[in-house]
Design a protein around this ligand. Structure first.
Ligand SMILES: NC(=O)c1ccc[n+]([C@@H]2O[C@H](COP(=O)([O-])OP(=O)(O)OC[C@H]3O[C@@H](n4cnc5c(N)ncnc54)[C@H](OP(=O)(O)O)[C@@H]3O)[C@@H](O)[C@H]2O)c1
Length: 332
């Protein structure tokens, strides 16, 4: 039987790269990774692993249609945060009298729609479409959360798929990726803070909900494989390796590092004090408030857990192992 073809968006990134590397080890699959620039250095390890790298742009539907040619499976992901860093986003926001994160959400939604419009052209070959998404925080918080736009843009284009493309929706499943363990490095305000007495302050939670910690470079592939192999589509799964409280995380950190820790819930004041612009204080602050008060998935009863979807749980990252392997020299 000829190999099946999986097309992976964001193949040079954390989530897509994980899917590409795992599928490259599975028999019976051809892997096509999508990037804007297949000649860049970060493509080499993927190519060496057997991944075909093809140029396409999420802003260009025709390029996506071409890239999806012959696909039996597609993994889709969009990147909200890149837009925040673009001068053009800030310029558009100033011209429109809006906030940069509102402009970024519009751009992310359009890219999501472009992916959907291209995928729907390939229903003839397509067996399963897995979309990396997040929950609709405005909806699940009953309108209390309004600025968690990196969640809500993804939720909006996911809903657009369900509402407008029933034939594609029949073949689609949804992965709500959890809280990246690496956020501790990429977001200084969440990094463990050393105190004068040698103890550490870690991020705590203002609410009662557990945090779905995830290690995207390792875990995403196993989530996507399970959703691709599941008998039924239309599954929404929360993607995490360990669902624990921030306080439990701090206790693990304490044990692995051999230091004393305490936790402090981070709120808008801390984000402001860390120098974030007001629109990001609201974006990140409401995101933390949503996750701790309503839960990362908003309490949506349809959301399944990895063990219930057939994810190979023993292959997922262990938080203690992740902490042990990380370089904490800048924190210590
Ligand atoms: N941090 C968290 O805790 C967390 C949790 C859940 C979800 N998320 C979400 O995860 C998403 C980012 O995923 P990631 O971490 O895998 O991203 P990443 O590592 O930053 O990689 C981004 C990928 O997107 C591709 N890309 C960006 N713009 C593109 C375009 N116009 N056309 C084609 N490809 C494009 C890039 O490819 P090239 O540059 O090679 O073209 C790259 O492969 C964000 O939307 C974020 O909201 C984050």
């Amino acid at each position: 039987m000829p190999d099946k073809l999986i097309v992976i968006l964001g193949a040079t990134g954390l989530q897509g790269g994980s899917v590409a590397r795992l599928y490259a080890t599975l028999p019976g699959w051809r892997i096509r990774g999508i990037t804007r620039n297949p000649t860049k250095a970060s493509c080499s390890p993927l190519r060496e692993a057997g991944v075909e790298l093809v140029a396409a742009d999420l802003d260009d539907v025709e390029s996506l249609e071409k890239a999806f040619e012959g696909a039996n499976a597609i993994f889709a992901v969009t990147d909200f945060w890149q837009f925040i860093q673009l001068p053009s986003t800030n310029q558009a926001a100033a011209e429109q009298g809006r906030e940069p994160n509102q402009v970024a959400m519009d751009l992310e939604i359009q890219q999501g729609k472009n992916i959907i419009h291209a995928a729907v052209k390939h229903l003839g070959t397509l067996d399963r479409f897995v979309v990396s998404t997040l929950s609709d925080s405005e909806k699940w918080s009953g309108g209390k959360i309004k600025w968690n736009l990196h969640f809500d843009g993804k939720a909006k284009y996911t809903q657009y798929l369900k509402d407008n493309f029933p034939e594609l929706a029949k073949k689609s499943s949804y992965l709500q990726m959890g809280f990246y363990l690496s956020n501790e490095h990429t977001m200084p305000v969440l990094t463990p803070q050393k105190q004068e007495n040698g103890t550490f302050v870690l991020m705590g939670s203002a609410g009662t909900h557990l945090t779905p910690y995830v290690d995207p470079p390792n875990d995403t592939g196993y989530f996507v494989k399970a959703l691709m192999e599941a008998k039924e589509a239309n599954v929404t799964m929360l993607g995490y390796c360990e669902l624990i409280s921030n306080e439990e995380y701090a206790a693990i950190w304490s044990k692995v590092m051999g230091v004393k820790t305490r936790t402090v819930a981070k709120g808008m004041e801390d984000l402001k004090a860390a120098g974030l612009p007001d629109f990001l204080v609201r974006e990140v602050g409401e995101s933390l408030a949503y996750a701790s008060t309503w839960g990362w998935d908003g309490g949506d009863p349809e959301v399944k857990h990895p063990k219930d979807v057939g994810v190979e749980m023993d292959k997922l990252t262990k938080v203690a192992e992740w902490i042990r392997k990380e370089d904490w020299s800048s924190v210590l």
